[in-house]
Design a protein around this ligand. Structure first.
Ligand SMILES: [Zn+2]
Length: 305
């Protein structure tokens, strides 16, 4: 089928109380691995491309890959710009066929965030494209996004922000952070804030920086020549609870990177005489499918396609 809007996918998730994974892709193998998991479990999917992914692969390559994937499958797929900060790229995405964009002006003060978000909403509405914005700050470093310390979203401010901007989905800060090194001690999410925001807004809410950084994925990287120390993220049980309490979209990038890297390292080390990229990329693609299937089950979007 053709690409659908993220708004449509999230409306059903919000109504029925589950979350849909937004999986970051930047090449064909990762995309195919993600799509296969969605098909296996009959889950809708949000395919995310960051500005960094666009810089790496080229916007036309990414759009054509995802459009082709959508055409070949029956599950609903939205194509989403993750962390749009550059209006030139945001406009390109809207004009060229993305069905959803995120405007990330969360690093500015409230007034400026509202102003830039409204500008993005005006551009997107003309083409029926969904808009996600963010309020509150996440800590951590991922791709081109970096913040020194996290600040929780203020529920009253979130309400005012949505009233003024009329965005379709809102990313909130409840303690997650970007990247593979999320928490110093035990992972913790501020569920009271999530509950308060959901009761005020009743709209699709988004969780960023929510990869689990599964220990077995880190171990696979490290036991095959990698060096990642003390990486850890948000546990499956915390994520499950967040989805039950009103999160409808969970961004996942780090776990895919870990799965891909671990499988690639392992297959290269095992097959020392092979020089056929298909031989080792196929293992990386299969491990992407496995980790995405696990995510879909945690988010609750199985059989929701
Ligand atoms: Zn993010």
């Amino acid at each position: 089928m053709t690409l659908v809007t993220m708004k449509k996918i999230l409306a059903k998730a919000n109504k029925e109380g589950y979350a849909v994974g937004a999986f970051n892709i930047n090449n064909m193998e990762i995309l195919q691995g993600v799509i296969k998991a969605g098909e296996n479990l009959k889950s809708p999917l949000i395919i995310s491309c960051s500005e960094g992914a666009i810089e790496y692969a080229g916007i036309d390559y990414l759009i054509n890959l995802v459009t082709t994937a959508a055409k070949l499958t029956k599950i609903p797929i939205a194509l989403h710009l993750d962390h749009g900060k550059n209006f030139k790229i945001i406009k390109q995405c809207i004009d060229k066929g993305f069905t959803s964009i995120m405007i990330d002006a969360s690093h500015y003060d409230f007034k400026e965030n509202v102003k830039l978000t409204k500008r993005a909403v005006a551009l997107a509405r003309k083409k029926g494209v969904t808009v996600e914005a963010e309020i509150g700050k996440l800590s951590g470093v991922e791709d081109l996004v970096s913040e020194r310390r996290g600040i929780y979203t203020d529920p009253a401010e979130a309400f005012e922000f949505v009233k003024q901007t009329k965005v379709d989905a809102l990313a909130i800060a409840i303690g997650t952070s970007h990247g593979a090194y999320k928490f110093k001690g035990e992972s913790h999410l501020e569920f009271s804030i999530l509950k308060e925001i959901k009761s005020k807004l009743k709209m699709p809410l988004v969780l960023h920086g929510a990869s689990s950084v599964y220990p077995e994925l880190v171990e696979k990287v490290n036991s095959h020549g990698g060096e990642m120390e003390n990486a850890h993220g948000v546990t499956d049980s915390l994520l499950k609870k967040a989805c039950k309490l009103g999160i409808n979209k969970v961004n996942t990038d780090t776990d895919l990177r870990l799965a891909f890297t671990g499988a690639l390292r392992e297959s290269l080390m095992r097959n020392k005489t092979s020089f056929d990229p298909r031989k080792y990329l196929i293992m990386a693609r299969d491990d992407i499918t496995k980790v995405v299937e696990r995510k879909i089950k945690v988010f609750g979007s199985q059989n929701k396609a």
